[in-house]
Ligand binder design. Structure first.
Ligand code: SAH
Length: 270
């Protein structure tokens, strides 16, 4: 998916409203992997990535860059430190995993740029429920892709339902996340435009693919106090923008954000 061509926008509001320590739920975030485990992997002949043991240093540098660019939400930063992005891409691309770039994941799809992922998660943290709870609650993700963002979401929520329309990507993500042991994450193969009514309503909804409009099903499955973020065509139809929708007790409130470029949201599944 993805790519934001434009410089960082401050939309929708000052993200430092999310108080770093107040939002970190005790016990939610996985600690960094102990070095001795990395050494064990090395002894078991894990394929070399050119990153050093587990890419820990490269990942820390990536997170520092994101902080310098203005990402302030501590739970998001913690999740980005904890999840090994290089484990979600082809070994040949692992050395680029901590650059701020999208990378191909097969079938014409891409894993999003870390900065775009970080900003979208930060915006979700500014939703009413997320601010009150300090985590994203029940999350719906549309477009599992390689599973990287689903793994991040699992770090900062009570549970995640993630839907992918392309079977090979769903299967691969399922394998990866099972191997990592991500119990709070349920992957579904299907048309994400329909959401998942049986698992909803959701406190946070995030799409990694953009259509002409936001599907009604997503809005229907958004809980009161919940927030949705997704790319959609801007008025005039020439480019995509990020759209944030909040469901309040009075109804839906929509905010338009920065210009982005995500893969298309397609109906049906194969
Ligand atoms: N979050 C992913 C990004 C994947 S790219 C990651 O971390 O890798 C966006 C994904 O959305 C693609 O895999 C594409 O197949 C999927 N997609 C597009 N339309 C969809 C739909 N209607 N339902 C489910 N997935 C969809």
């Amino acid at each position: 998916m993805s790519e934001s061509a434009k410089p960082r926008s401050r939309f929708p509001a000052a993200l430092h409203q999310v108080a770093p320590s107040a939002t970190a739920r005790a016990g939610t975030l996985r600690p960094q992997r102990p070095l001795h485990e990395a050494a064990d992997d090395a002894r078991r002949h894990v394929a070399p990535t050119g990153l050093g043991l587990d890419g820990d240093a490269a990942r820390v540098r990536m997170v520092m860059r994101l902080q310098q660019e203005g990402v302030r939400c501590e739970p998001v930063l913690q999740a980005l430190r904890a999840v090994q992005r290089h484990g979600f891409v082809d070994t040949a691309l692992a050395a680029q995993a901590y650059e701020d770039t999208s990378l191909p994941i097969g079938l014409g799809q891409t894993i999003s740029k870390p900065s775009v992922v970080a900003r979208m998660l930060e915006w979700l943290f500014l939703g009413e429920s997320a601010r009150a709870r300090g985590h994203l609650g029940r999350v719906l993700e549309i477009g599992t892709g390689c599973g990287y963002q689903a793994a991040l979401l699992a770090e900062v929520s009570s549970h995640v339902v993630s839907i992918e329309r392309l079977r090979p990507l769903h299967d691969m993500a399922h394998q990866r996340l099972s191997a990592l042991g991500t119990p709070r994450c349920r992957l579904l193969h299907g048309d994400g435009m329909l959401g998942s009514p049986s698992h909803g309503p959701f406190d946070s909804i995030i799409s990694a693919a953009g259509g002409e409009e936001l599907p009604e099903a997503w809005l229907d499955q958004l809980a009161v106090g919940g927030r949705l973020i997704a790319p959609a065509l801007a008025a005039g139809g020439r480019h995509q923008v990020l759209v944030v929708v909040d469901r309040t007790a009075q109804g839906l409130r929509r905010t338009i954000g920065e210009t982005v470029q995500f893969v298309p949201l397609k109906s049906g599944f194969t």
